[in-house]
Design a protein around this ligand. Structure first.
Ligand code: ZN
Length: 181
């Protein structure tokens, strides 16, 4: 059975940021994908993990641990408590080097499969840090809590989406100009 439609305003970011983007603001209220009964199933499917990991309460608990930890380091990268929490999530898995008929490879192994999605998200965050830490961004709109990895050529992306926050920011600048504040 296919997963229900993903209700989030921003999807398709790397999995670590996609985990952060399970929280968003809509109509002035905070939303959380995981508040919905099928939220975990939607998120696992969106990240191609639904065939390997069960959408159960333990998996969700570990994912929430990873989300809080990643949220702490995304907003304050040198925050020692956040670093310790992300590292603690990473301790639940490891990379096993492999050789198969297809050649050399790597496989993730977990203490317990319920840590798989949480560990995968934390591991992805390390990849983003290695690639371009300055391109891990929060949307520049004050009221928006979404995160993205800026893959634009010049590194000038500021908004989760131009259609939503970019235009809201333009409109409020215009309002400020025309109303003399
Ligand atoms: Zn935004």
């Amino acid at each position: 059975m296919p997963a229900p439609v993903d209700p989030r305003p921003l999807t398709g970011e790397p999995i670590s940021l996609d985990l952060l983007n399970t929280r968003w603001v809509q109509d002035g209220g905070r939303r959380d994908l995981f508040d919905a009964d099928d939220g975990l199933r939607i998120w696992l499917a969106a990240n191609g993990l639904d065939d390997r990991f069960p959408a159960d309460v333990t998996t969700l608990r570990h994912l929430l641990t990873a989300r809080d930890a990643l949220s702490a380091v995304a907003d304050t990268p040198d925050n020692p408590a956040g670093i310790t929490r992300v590292d603690a999530v990473l301790a639940h898995g490891r990379i096993r080097a492999t050789l198969s008929a297809e050649g050399p490879g790597e496989r993730a192994e977990f203490d317990d499969p319920s840590w798989g999605p949480a560990w995968t998200a934390a591991r992805n965050y390390l990849e983003l840090l290695s690639a371009a830490p300055d391109r891990i961004r929060k949307c520049a709109h004050d009221a928006c809590v979404l995160h993205f990895f800026d893959t634009s050529r010049n590194g000038t992306r500021r908004w989760c989406s131009m259609a939503a926050c970019g235009n809201r920011a333009k409109a409020s600048r215009h309002y400020a100009r025309t109303h003399g504040s």
